[in-house]
Ligand binder design. Structure first.
Ligand code: CA
Ligand code: CA
Ligand code: CA
Length: 316
């Protein structure tokens, strides 16, 4: 096989059709379920249905004490009762449905460690799978609540979204995070979409462990608004899993040069002989369920790696 032929095949493998990824079950993903809780006007307080308090430094008093509150908020009333501020926190309402999750800390505490909420799923980490976690992140605007109390909420304290695993003994290990990449780009009163992706090959020490999702308020005082309360809002949590052709280590939908380059670099130290064997036997194969639009062109360095690998293989 000539090098030019190899390059042509590599470029053509990106042209595949799409049938979409499979969603994994997340409990109360849009914070609409407040059954069993005691709403106070537009709020509920305390850990939410399906979600556990995340409080590694024990700073929140159980999420309902001191200055901290975990709970929900209805920023948009479908039948407004005329109280001030009902529509003001988020002028366009919730990102999904009518209610959102909140992680709130009163002004004056100056921020003092991260906290939020997390959920462990029944689904487990599988090999040859691309996971995509998306969460709507809200930067709440200042407004007067239905109680008449004004909440100064200008600025943003930072957020993080974690995709992690939990083993049978309850030990959690992180897989991937979005550490506040949107923070400065979401204006007060607006939402932005956080995306975390993680791709498994044949081997990973956390395979078979339950997947988990964590939503964090970094609780960093915004220096531009030192007198603001410190809140991050969350909504519409969804996690998709796409089964990949073994050897597609970057999860772009085709087994190509980029994967061989990734195998060589092995940045997380998780790739082994099985991944190399899968790459060799499936080279040129595509995963039909991944949209062609999501498949990037191979890089020059990736093509060079393929050419080098094939040239070396033929010499043996
Ligand atoms: Ca919602
Ligand atoms: Ca804000
Ligand atoms: Ca690939």
């Amino acid at each position: 096989m000539r090098l030019t032929t190899v390059i042509c095949i590599s470029l053509m493998t990106g042209l595949v059709s799409s049938v979409g990824a499979a969603p994994l079950a997340v409990t109360n993903p849009g914070f609409e379920d407040i059954s069993g809780e005691s709403p106070f006007n537009e709020f509920t307080f305390g850990p939410l249905n399906g979600w556990d308090l995340y409080d590694p430094e024990n700073i929140t008093g159980g999420g309902i004490g001191g200055t901290f509150y975990i709970g929900t908020l209805t920023p948009f009333e479908p039948d407004p009762i005329g109280s001030p501020g009902v529509f003001a926190n988020f002028p366009d309402g919730a990102a999904e449905g009518q209610r959102v999750g909140i992680a709130f800390n009163f002004q004056g505490s100056d921020g003092q460690g991260e906290y939020g909420m997390e959920q462990v799923l029944t689904e487990t980490l599988q090999p040859h799978t691309r996971y995509t976690l998306e969460v709507e992140i809200g930067n709440i605007a200042s407004a007067t609540a239905m109680s008449g109390e004004f909440f100064p909420l200008a600025g943003f304290p930072g957020y993080r979204v974690d995709l992690f695993t939990e083993d049978a003994a309850g030990v959690q290990q992180n897989l991937e995070s979005d550490n506040d990449t949107l923070g400065v780009s979401i204006d007060d009163g607006q939402w932005g979409t956080s995306t975390v992706t993680f791709v498994t090959g044949a081997e990973h020490s956390q395979l078979g462990e339950e997947l988990g999702i964590r939503l964090v308020n970094l609780n960093q005082l915004d220096p531009s608004f030192p007198l603001s309360d410190i809140e991050v809002d969350f909504d519409d949590v969804r996690l998709d899993a796409t089964a990949l052709t073994p050897g597609d280590l970057d999860g772009n939908g085709s087994v190509d040069g980029s994967d061989f380059l990734l195998w060589q670099q092995n940045p997380a130290g998780v790739y082994g002989a099985a991944d190399r064997a899968n790459w060799t036997s499936n080279y040129g194969e595509a995963t039909p369920s991944i949209a062609a639009s999501a498949v990037p062109e191979p890089t020059t360095s990736a093509l060079a790696a393929v050419a080098a690998f094939i040239a070396c293989s033929r010499r043996r």
